[in-house]
Design a protein around this ligand. Structure first.
Ligand SMILES: [Zn+2]
Ligand SMILES: [Zn+2]
Length: 351
């Protein structure tokens, strides 16, 4: 039973860490341990570490940490790529050694030994594709193609020369200071990929994210089924039912327990909803000023999951000229303009 409980604890701890890291700033978690954990994971831990180094090694120690941080975060380097491979390889190895002996089990057939290997392999393939593909580097040779791809909106992008590359920056492009190049339809520089994410490789990056999301779900379900299979095989449910009559009592108790939790959740949800509404109203009032017209109430869901007060600023922004609708936007990611024939025709016309 030892391994099963370690797996359950590991699953719960992973869930708490992932939720805290990704959603800890949501208003719904304000004042909860999830928010504190989010702060600790994103700033606090590093801050404590720096203070600790300063206390033990003095200024020289902290300066050394800053120089390592600069080399790792502000210069191209494969540290996070190696870390990713270490994490995915280490996790897969630990699953192979701890859980594969239970496959085939009561609920899982032998095929999952091969599909899990395939799933991890595809994840690594997408990682390699994103890491080593051209993100859409703008050069003096292809700048005319990218200039004709998108119009300037004169809100975020206007006709401006890149001070480093010395050519007109196409709309939606950005000079990456880490890679020292201009990248078309620049999204961000990804430290994990040691590469920019831009016009040509956003598709691989999105596929990488989606695939790893599915991989997590697959892994969670598979490990859950290994656990359930072990419980079945060890006849624990049978023993509890026959010898202690626990199954009946659990069944009769379950609806009441669920009801109680639901009501408590509802009360706490309602309280947080009111708080979120009040803070949203205060924020709006401060942004709109005293002479604004009264606005209709904001959607409850929006108030809950708004990540940043900056989203309120969108009411004053003009229409986003680059937003051509969900399906068109997705299609542009899957098939970038620069990979289409029409793109080259545009280049011929303009040259
Ligand atoms: Zn540039
Ligand atoms: Zn970059």
């Amino acid at each position: 039973m030892g391994v099963q409980w370690v797996l359950v604890c590991h699953g719960l701890a992973t869930l708490v860490v992932v939720v805290s890291f990704l959603c800890g700033q949501w208003p719904i978690f304000r004042g909860t341990p999830i928010q504190s954990l989010h702060y600790f994971l994103t700033f606090g831990a590093y801050d404590y570490f720096l203070r600790c180094v300063g206390y033990v090694f003095g200024n020289k120690g902290t300066n050394f940490v800053y120089s390592v941080e600069h080399a790792c975060c502000d210069r191209p380097n494969p540290v996070l790529q190696i870390l990713y491979l270490g994490i995915i390889g280490g996790v897969y190895y630990s699953i192979v050694t701890s859980s594969f002996s239970y496959i085939p089990g009561y609920y899982l057939s032998e095929v999952h030994i091969y599909t899990s290997f395939l799933a991890v392999g595809v994840g690594i393939l997408l990682f390699v594709l994103t890491s080593f593909s051209d993100p859409g580097t703008v050069t003096p040779e292809n700048v005319s193609e990218f200039l004709s791809a998108y119009p300037y909106d004169y809100i975020i992008y206007s006709e401006k020369e890149c001070s480093t590359c010395k050519f007109l920056k196409p709309a939606r492009s950005k000079h990456c200071s880490i890679c020292n190049r201009c990248v078309a339809r620049f999204d961000h520089h990804c430290g994990w990929m040691n590469n920019c994410i831009g016009e040509k490789n956003t598709r691989y990056f999105m596929a990488f994210l989606l695939w790893h999301f599915l991989l997590c779900i697959y892994g969670t379900i598979a490990i859950g089924l290994v656990l359930a299979g072990r419980l079945k095989e060890l006849r624990i449910v049978y023993i509890l039912t026959v010898y202690y009559g626990i199954d009946d009592s659990i069944r009769s108790l379950a609806p009441h327990v669920v009801q109680t939790f639901k009501w408590q959740d509802y009360i706490s949800w309602q309280r947080k909803l009111n708080e979120a509404k009040a803070s949203a109203a205060a924020l709006k009032a401060s942004i709109n000023g005293l002479n604004s017209e009264p606005k209709p109430a904001e959607s409850k869901w929006r108030a809950f999951f708004r990540r940043s007060p900056l989203q309120d600023a969108e009411v004053v922004a003009k229409r986003n000229v680059y937003d051509k609708g969900f399906f068109h936007n997705v299609w542009e990611i899957i098939l970038p303009l620069s990979t289409r024939r029409s793109f080259f025709r545009a280049k011929l016309k303009s040259s």
